[in-house]
Design a protein around this ligand. Structure first.
Ligand code: LCV
Length: 259
């Protein structure tokens, strides 16, 4: 059973995350459905993609499926993790991807939204970046994505506090494009998508790839990369990482010991 809905109207492809029982947690299964839908819509010559939750959703997505985070000493966010795959796909598909957001967005889902090309959020929606709350050693590509979209002091506050911020604050700090009343969310998104769909798909595909390549040209030495990976390994091998996940399942605040 698909955990998403898909439709294509006037070359605008819409993918609706629709796994309500786990608040659209980004499980491998749900992400697999999203990737297949993106592939099918591009084959049907969609010129814009919209990623959304069902109308009225209180939670856009609860982030990475915590049940799928390994606790046996394996890296929880490797290159082939479904979350990393869908984020790279959003960044690399040759059409603009618009995140149409209502409700709360958590953890890895914040990065998914941030890596969409344009974000239209409803008043009352919120964004929480949660690695520090769960004790998760976030991966380098993910941190770079946050840095690309959010000024460093703001990114640090959001990541260190792991607290939700409002759509209005997200607009102020520049990581959403528009905040609109919930009743106007679909219309505002559709108008934006239609404007883009009337322009040259070839020129837009080139512009998107130019912006991706030029914005990700970040110097990272092999030594720097290895050093960060060794720091991450210490964390996903730590008691704190296991405590973070255990506290989530036991529905209690984590007690981190710093080891
Ligand atoms: C699996 C879930 C989830 C979930 N996974 O309903 O960025 S990182 O590094 O942190 C990254 C690794 C990441 O993205 O981690 C996930 C970060 N996400 C969060 O911290 C959000 C966790 N979820 C919540 O805070 C609440 O579920 C919200 C506020 C989204 C909704 O609260 P509400 O009271 O409406 P429940 O908490 O009762 O959730 C309903 C069911 O969905 C499961 C949750 O375990 C519960 O399952 P059970 O009914 O079996 O108890 N669920 C929620 N989020 N990310 N499962």
């Amino acid at each position: 059973m698909a955990l998403i809905q898909k439709n294509l109207v006037d070359r605008v492809g819409t993918i609706t995350l629709d796994n309500r029982k786990s608040h659209n947690a980004l499980s491998g299964e749900l992400i697999g459905d999203v990737l297949r839908a993106m592939d099918e819509l591009l084959k049907d010559e969609a010129r814009v993609l919209v990623l959304r939750a069902p109308a009225g959703a209180k939670v856009w997505s609860a982030g990475h499926d915590v049940k799928e985070l390994p606790t046996d000493g394996r890296d929880p966010l490797t290159y082939n993790d479904p979350l990393r795959q869908v984020i790279r796909t959003i960044q690399e598909v040759p059409v603009p991807v618009i995140a149409m957001v209502e409700g709360s967005v958590w953890g890895g889902a914040c990065e998914v939204v941030l890596c969409c090309d344009i974000i239209v959020a409803a008043e009352g929606s919120s964004f929480a970046m949660t690695p520090a709350k769960l004790g998760v050693p976030y991966d380098i590509a993910g941190v770079l994505n946050f840095m690309q979209r959010i000024d460093l002091p703001i990114a640090k506050e959001l990541l260190f506090t792991a607290q939700p911020i409002s759509a209005e604050r997200a607009l102020d700090v520049g990581f959403v494009n528009h905040v609109v009343p919930i009743a106007e969310l679909e219309t505002a998104t559709a108008e934006l998508a239609a404007q883009i769909g009337r322009n040259s798909p070839l020129a837009i595909a080139l512009l998107k790839e130019q912006l991706r390549v030029l914005s990700t040209a970040t110097p990272l030495t092999p030594e720097g990369f290895e050093r960060i990976q060794s720091l991450r390994r210490k964390i996903y091998d730590s008691a704190d990482y296991r405590e973070g996940l255990r506290s989530f399942f036991e529905k209690r605040p984590p007690v981190f010991q710093g080891k």
